[in-house]
Design a protein around this ligand. Structure first.
Ligand code: FE2
Length: 301
């Protein structure tokens, strides 16, 4: 397998002050922009001993930007590039300046068949300084599991799933096939989950377009109390709720969903499933997203 984890994400924002407030005071990340040698106006948010995990780029748009996928060696990244090019995918080599800004050894960019933007890299430059969360979050669940998971739009569903499976080497974790109403005329939509490490999924693909370029980003914390404390901070800062607290049927995450300033949702959760041996794991097709909770109707108003 060539990609090992979701290393970072980049988002676009017309209001970096709003993202700085949200990222630090609601999510509990650390604003490390002053420590990063970058005078382009970007905002950098830190979650762990990595220099940063969430990059906010000034823009006239408020939307998701790209995923940064980590390879664990120069050869693994080269293998990834070779497979992309063999599949006819255009791979762009980032400039030396941009590679240095991402704080990696080599950075490449490409798009999946739906058009979602991706980056891949190896060799993070790190001083291993610990997270100092301004609201006291002790740690996020990251490390070998990566920063969390993303769910991306994939209206060209079969070809996009095939791309991640056959070209990038992701494994299929579980299937979901859902309607949002009881109306039998509403077609079912597929939402499939894929892994590149033991986290149940680092990537979800949803069979619908999405105006923000991402359905949600999941961030995982140590326990349910940390989830509850974030819910308190969400209320205190007036951030709209997208879905109530619930436990997912597939990755067993206990989480709630709220809006982000870049118009996609953030899922904030704990107790997500890890699978150490995928050979012993049986795929399911879920017809419901959750055992209980996760009422998305609250976010529709
Ligand atoms: Fe999720």
């Amino acid at each position: 397998m060539s990609i090992n984890s979701l290393g970072y994400i980049g988002v676009y924002s017309s209001d970096l002050a709003q993202w700085a407030e949200y990222g630090t005071q609601v999510l509990g990340m650390e604003n490390v922009t002053p420590h990063i040698d970058d005078n382009t106006g970007n905002l950098y948010l830190k979650m762990d001993e990595r220099p940063w995990r969430l990059l906010v780029i000034p823009s006239e748009q408020d939307r998701f930007g790209f995923c940064g996928w980590e390879c664990n060696s120069a050869q693994a990244l080269q293998d990834t590039v070779d497979r992309l090019r063999s599949a006819g995918v255009e791979v762009a080599e980032a400039s030396a300046g941009e590679t240095a800004l991402r704080r990696v050894q080599r950075l490449v960019k490409f798009r999946d068949p739906t058009g979602n933007q991706h980056e891949a890299y190896w060799g993070v430059v790190a001083d291993f300084r610990r997270l100092v969360s301004p609201v006291g979050v002790r740690s996020f669940v990251t490390g070998k599991l990566g920063m969390g998971h993303v769910v991306l739009p994939a209206p060209d569903f079969d070809i996009t799933v095939g791309f991640f499976r056959d070209v990038l080497g992701f494994g299929l974790s579980d299937l979901m096939n859902i309607r949002f109403t009881d109306d039998p005329a509403e077609p079912n939509k597929r939402l499939w989950f894929m892994h590149c490490n033991s986290r149940h999924h680092s990537l979800g693909l949803f069979e619908m377009p999405h105006p923000a370029g991402c359905v949600h980003l999941m961030l995982e914390v140590e326990n349910i109390d940390e989830v509850g404390r974030c819910e308190d901070r969400r209320i205190a800062h007036g951030v709209p709720l997208s879905a109530t607290l619930g436990r997912h049927a597939n990755d067993q995450m206990v989480s709630f969903y709220m809006k982000s300033p870049s118009n996609f949702d953030i899922e904030y959760g704990a107790e997500g499933l890890c699978v150490d041996n995928w050979d012993n794991y049986s795929n399911f097709e879920s017809t419901v997203p959750s055992y209980w909770g996760h009422d998305f109707s609250v976010g529709q108003g």
